[in-house]
Design a protein around this ligand. Sequence first.
Ligand code: FAD
Length: 405
Amino acid sequence: MKDLKKNVIIVGAGPVGLLCALQLARKGIPVTVLEAESDLTIDLRAGTFHPPTLEMLTPIGVTDAMMEIGIRVPRWQSRDLEEGLIVEWDMEILKDDTNYPFRLHLEQHRLTPILYNMLQNYPHAEVLFSHALMGLSQNDDQVSLVIDHHQEQLNFTAQWVIGADGGKSIVRKSCDVEFDGYTWPERYSVISTTYDLAPLGYADNAYMSDPVQWVAFFRMPDKGPPGLWRMTVPVDPEISDEEVLTPKYANQTFHRALKGQIHQDIPIVHQSIYRVHQRVAQQFRKHRILLAGDSAHVNNPLGGFGLNSGIHDAMNLAEKLTSVINDDVSTDVLDLYERQRKTVNLQYVQEFSIKNKKQLEEKDPQLRHERFAFLRKTNSDPHLRREYLLNSSMINSIKTANQIQ
Ligand SMILES: Cc1cc2nc3c(=O)[nH]c(=O)nc-3n(C[C@H](O)[C@H](O)[C@H](O)COP(=O)(O)OP(=O)(O)OC[C@H]3O[C@@H](n4cnc5c(N)ncnc54)[C@H](O)[C@@H]3O)c2cc1C
């Protein structure tokens, strides 16, 4: 049985794991990424990147690569199924707050190849596919990992381990860290079509409230212009997964959302269904083991905060771990990572994603109309609009994290 000694092991070659690896490799730190799958995964998940994320990724060239293939979305809409357009938010008002006063739409599975290809420039970085973590333990000096590689057991040791292995994290479970929170009863369905919603007045991103079935719309770049329109909706618990994944369900859902503006069947390109959670790990650090991204926190997708906050974790953690490894800075700085990132996840990502969901599904007619009035008033006052957009674009979340000591 081989015993492979490593400096830093990152479990999971998703966007968060690959970004941690890239940041460490750039500073000369040998790093090994272990990925359970045989290749980078492709799935319909994150697709919205906020200004602070683009700012962070600029110095390492990732933002330029993303901008080449992504869609800039300077305006997004708050809509209601009955009322139609409530407000169109123009992010240009943030031009003095950020170099990127827009959202960037890009599929998560098109970011991971960018990070992976950049990592190839560093001979001291390796990504080992078909290496699934089965469990780990640690003592004062090192972490021991048991890996399954094509049904052969491999034993690795590392000075530091970063768990970037997603919401079901084996790293988190193996070190007995509780994942506090809950799972929503409803599932969400994601449907993509080539049918173009722009002629119907839709901005490239729109959130449409409705007490029965709200909708989040995104135009995604896919393989190039004109791209695809993606729709996310909550699913009635009475309907089976099989039924949700049919073209009939997709068409009914589109037709309902567009209130009879279209009559023909639309071409369906993708459909998926998934469960949604609001959970935050009790600890982001357990001695030599650190958690980042979905292994540390998960949230509903309303607002597009999940991967963005995972990227913010990766940048924060990699900088601090680099200072520990390269500059002998006290490992206490890793506790600061936990304080900063856990605090803003609870106060910001969890709070705003839950609030966004509740507002979109609000059933009380009076509260619904009060919200429409609030949104219109906020948008008509430049000061209030800027404050609103500083929150929705995560600029305030980063400022808060950086102030925590
Ligand atoms: C429908 C949907 C829409 C979303 N939209 C947005 C959005 O617009 N904006 C946003 O910011 N976020 C969004 N999110 C959230 C976003 O997708 C996640 O936050 C993001 O994928 C987290 O990245 P990660 O690298 O932490 O984990 P993952 O992407 O889950 O990657 C984990 C990796 O670890 C690997 N792995 C797992 N277990 C093991 C093991 N035992 N050993 C080795 N490898 C392992 C997996 O194969 C995977 O490659 C959305 C999520 C969903 C479901």
